[in-house]
Design a protein around this ligand. Structure first.
Ligand SMILES: [Ca+2]
Ligand SMILES: [Ca+2]
Length: 179
């Protein structure tokens, strides 16, 4: 995943902040590859920032978009089997898709069906579909990760509620100075 490096650093930052709450000013000890970290945040700023830089609202947009993508992928798999288009998936519909699938895939579809059928009535209702989407969204970008992304705003040094690439770069302690 593209933002893995960034997330690793931000999660560590979140932990460090929690450990010393009085020291709220953020510095980043980026082990290994600070340039890559800055590049990943720069991508985020370019994608979701406004004219002044990345704002808290932009970060929320990013989180929501990542989650929506994961939700859509999970629901697409189920809805592709919803032959009558009623927004629910029953066993008869599942069977048709399973017949056309490989043996390994059939097993996986069975597992996914059972997991999604929360009340075990043999049918994935629209409500259960929505739950599948919610679960997939949170798996793609969980609350801890979202909090870490929100914590990026603590790097806003000039206090204009927007984060620029320079502010991110300024927060980084070079690896040779980090202990
Ligand atoms: Ca159906
Ligand atoms: Ca059900």
């Amino acid at each position: 995943m593209r933002r893995r490096m960034m997330m690793a650093v931000l999660m560590a930052m979140g932990l460090a902040r929690a450990a010393s709450a009085q020291d709220s000013f953020a510095e980043l000890r980026v082990g290994g590859d600070p340039d890559r970290f800055v590049a990943e945040v720069t991508d985020l700023i370019a994608g979701f920032g406004g004219p002044q830089g990345l704002t808290a609202a932009g970060i929320e947009d990013h989180i929501a978009l990542e989650r929506a993508g994961a939700r859509a992928s999970a629901l697409r798999r189920l809805l592709a089997m919803d032959l009558d288009g009623d927004g629910a998936l029953d066993r008869a519909e599942l069977k048709v898709s399973q017949r056309a699938a490989s043996a390994a895939m059939r097993g996986r579809m069975e597992r996914q069906f059972i997991a999604a059928d929360g009340d075990g009535d043999g049918r994935i209702s629209p409500v259960e579909m929505a739950e599948v989407g919610r679960t997939a969204a949170l798996r793609a970008l969980g609350e801890a990760e979202a909090e870490a992304l929100r914590a990026l705003m603590s790097l806003d040094r000039n206090g204009d509620a927007a984060l620029t690439r320079d502010e991110v770069a300024a927060a980084i302690i070079p690896p040779d100075e980090a202990t």
